[in-house]
Unconditional design. Sequence first.
Length: 133
Amino acid sequence: MADSHDWVELWRRVAEADAQGSRRLVGDVCGGLDLVTDSGGPDDPDEIIALAIAGAKSAEATAAGLGLERALYTPQQAAVVASALYAQIDAAGSALENLAGYLHVMDARHDIVLPEFNDSERAFDLGELPFMS
């Protein structure tokens, strides 16, 4: 695609069409998320945690669904799913970058001690983070 974010528009168009339709499956599934995000976004830790968990459950369910033999029927459906998955990856990357900022603030306050990750030979292990144990 010409623009690196053209893919975002594909799933958004499907969501908008769903809102105009009679089935409204996208709207029904996303309704709870809209309660948190429509008022300018999440503004407290419980809302952010709820959104992160909902995203994880959604990603797990999508992966399970795509494991079925007849999950999708058309290339257009596959394109919409790919569009939404790329949006998830993009947003998750931004969320992790923002989370890293909070972890550095917590480290500066001495609430946690971040381990040093200077060894490029060793794989990153989430278990090494102080809050993961």
